[in-house]
Design a protein around this ligand. Structure first.
Ligand SMILES: [Zn+2]
Length: 64
């Protein structure tokens, strides 16, 4: 398996983890809540970044 393939697989895995995170947050009823302060996240922010988990006041926690 080449490095390029590995990177593609890792990118897909990251996406899957993100989707699973969204699904678990939706089922827990916290999809629209900031993970920092619990405030509702603006629809515009969620449309721009469906994986966003924090409100406009709190930058997303980076996993990088
Ligand atoms: Zn917040």
């Amino acid at each position: 398996m080449s490095d390029t393939t590995n990177e593609s697989v890792q990118a897909i895995e990251r996406t899957l983890v993100g989707v699973e995170t969204i699904l678990s947050r939706m089922s827990a009823g916290t999809f629209r809540s900031c993970e920092v302060c619990g405030a509702d996240i603006d629809d515009e922010l969620l449309v721009a970044d469906p994986m966003r988990s924090s409100c406009v006041e709190h930058p997303p926690l980076s996993a990088d």
